[in-house]
Design a protein around this ligand. Structure first.
Ligand code: DQA
Length: 156
């Protein structure tokens, strides 16, 4: 019994999938850009993919920059990695960049739309320097690809 316990690996901490402002409006918001799936649909698909990959998932959304900073700070202890779609804060927030750098967790930045095909102000991301990779333009599939990338790093 003791030998078995010594051999078992510690449980993997969940990956935090964090969504910023207006992503709670998915499905209703500009469906020609963001598609018809809701954020609840995205969460369901991520939980299923997490189960398949052996990667526990925590899912959160906030419209408030400070709440996002708090969740990223907590991720330093609570989470094995971060997937973040920071919405419009991507293009404005040094605070999110600082929080991600302080969290020191492997991070994948996701955007539903191809931000490089859109207005110029969307071409710059403040948070990309803190990410191991960026996925943009593949719709909700981007979240699942980000989970696959983190699984390769985290699941042994
Ligand atoms: C977005 C792109 C951002 O420019 C925009 O402000 C969003 C969503 C995306 O997922 O494509 O809110 O991050």
């Amino acid at each position: 019994m003791a030998a078995k316990a010594a051999r078992s690996r510690p449980a993997l901490k969940p990956v935090l999938i964090l969504n910023g402002p207006n992503l709670n409006m998915l499905g209703k918001r500009q469906p020609e850009i963001y598609g018809h799936e809701t954020l609840a649909d995205v969460e369901k698909a991520c939980r299923a993919e997490g189960l398949r990959l052996g990667l526990p998932v925590e899912f959160a959304q906030s419209n408030h920059e400070g709440v996002l900073v708090d969740l990223i700070q907590a991720a330093r202890e609570k989470n094995a990695g971060i997937i973040i779609n920071a919405g419009a804060y991507t293009h404005t927030s040094v605070a999110l960049l600082d929080a991600l750098n302080a969290a020191e967790r492997p991070t994948v930045e996701v955007h539903l739309s191809n931000i490089y095909k859109r207005e110029r102000f969307r071409h710059h991301s403040y948070i990309s320097p803190a990410a191991i990779g960026v996925i943009a333009g593949l719709g909700t599939q981007g979240y699942l690809l980000a989970l696959q990338a983190l699984a390769r790093l985290l699941v042994r």
